[in-house]
Design a protein around this ligand. Sequence first.
Ligand code: PMT
Length: 401
Amino acid sequence: MNVALGVGGGIAAYKAAELARLLMEHGHSVQVVMTRAAQEFVRPLTFAALTGRKVITGLFPGENAADTLDSATEHIRVAQESALLVVAPATADLLAKFAHGIADDFLTTMYLAFTGPVVLAPAMNSNMWRHEATQRNLDTLRGRGHIVVEPEEGPLACGMVGPGRLADPARIAEAVNTAIARTRDLEGECVLVTAGPTQEPLDPVRFISNRSSGKMGYAIAAAALARGARVILVSGPVHLTPPAGAELIRVETAAEMRRAVLERLPEATIVVKAAAVADYYLAQVPSQKRKKSAARWSLELDPTPDILAELGQIKGDRLLVGFAAETENLVAEARRKLQAKNCDMLVANRVEEAFGADDNEITLVLRTGEVIELPRASKRELADKIFDYLLQLRLSLHAAR
Ligand code: PMT
């Protein structure tokens, strides 16, 4: 694989040389891009000697010690030719620029032009690491699906002791290999995802709905796309931008969601039902707006069709993932739903934490009986973990046949 290694300006820049060596040892060819500040700490020649390639040190030919730039669009070429971008050390400044789309040198410009997986290994002073600005930038970057290899705790060059030391290069190389393995492991798959709430009308202006924002389902769609799948995203009404490349089918009601899902099911190899489908609806919706009055308004609601249960009956060889939003007995309820709806995996989460939030804490209950608790992380990171376990599950189900 062609790996682009961005080196930021920090004391730990010298450790990036060891990372370059490890990446080469793992069979990758490495193109090093150094920021101006990085060159204050390590000479480009070190990386050139290790990688056997000229090191890129600036956006313009005059800024490049080794005259490496063949054209003014070199950053686009490197972005297109690289399978992965790893940045080590990722300084607070680089994280801020990536998070906000500031492109003022080769590395930050290339980052914007790059569409593949990104691994970030931050290193900085503990206070800079804990600063709200840095942590918010990291949340943004994690939300984009980038892997953040957390810094380690220990004595720092500034004399402080705390978090901020660049992770061991072996850990960073491992994260690179995980990210590379994920880039293609859903190739050939068609993932059908449902997301968001449904809205069940009561009259032309009123409806019953719930607090689902669609973030979990959209994160699943984004993860599947990044791993090479074709994605059909059936979405209730939400205020999110769909991930580029997903085929979006907008629906409002549970009945519309059911129709769309059943229509597209034949194409799907994996179905993930992250939507919060309304459980009840009004069968006869009046055509006129109900006038406000002092009188009580009683409604008789019918249950909506249970789409997941229906899919469980006809799923065939497809992998079927359901969600369970619970207020109590998380695992027991998830197990019950997994069996009742014939799912392969049930993702259980807590109502009070899951709805509308950017991150979540989930428990995976598998058809094999295994229960996996995943600690709090961004929904995008959890989406990747869901696919990691789902693919492992498929292997063990095949092996058991
Ligand atoms: O959208 P976010 O704000 O990011 O929040 C994410 C989430 C909380 C909505 C998501 O993580 C989640 O838990 N989704 C499922 C919510 C839910 O409806 O849970 P449930 O336990 O009521 O339903 C169980 C499963 O049956 C779900 O997969 C649901 O999609 C499915 N179902 C439910 C009712 C119905 N009529 N048809 C269904 O298919």
